[in-house]
Design a binder for this molecule. Structure first.
Ligand code: HEM
Length: 111
């Protein structure tokens, strides 16, 4: 999700900007993740990244934080484990349950 919207329910000062009651604010989550002062070298995939900085906003923040976040994290963990396993420990053809027809579970097509 690249962006979301919030509506001010009362006048509020947002970092020096006065928002009146009812103001709509577009929050550019994708752009925030490219803020180099908060997330250095954001385009580099690095699972060993130092996690002492601010938390990411992929699941948003606050009262509308993604309800499916634990489920999505579980799905990601399963998918990344399967990918890492087949990339680092390819199963020899004679030990595959399908007799070697598919090189990796991740590449299996639905039948
Ligand atoms: C990688 C996968 C996912 C991402 C990146 C994601 C991201 C988000 C984000 C950014 C929001 C907040 C929207 C906002 O603040 O306006 C959100 C809300 C929500 N997400 Fe997800 N989501 C993911 C997967 C899921 C899944 C798998 C489910 C359900 C099984 C789910 C259910 C919801 C629900 C119900 C909300 C609304 C929460 C609320 O408004 O209180 N999401 N999600």
């Amino acid at each position: 999700m690249q962006a979301t919207v919030r509506v001010a329910h009362e006048p509020v000062d947002l970092d020096g900007i006065a928002l009146p009651d009812g103001a709509r604010v577009a929050l550019m989550l994708g752009a925030a993740h490219r803020d180099p002062t908060a997330y250095p070298d954001a385009d580099r995939f690095d699972i060993t990244r130092d996690r002492t900085g601010p938390d990411h906003l992929a699941f948003s923040s606050g009262i509308h934080y993604c309800l499916g976040a634990p489920f999505a994290r579980l799905e990601d963990e399963i998918a990344l484990r399967a990918l890492a396993t087949c990339l680092t420990r390819p199963v020899p053809p004679h030990r595959r349950r399908d007799g070697g027809a598919t090189p990796c579970p991740a590449s299996r097509r639905s039948r």
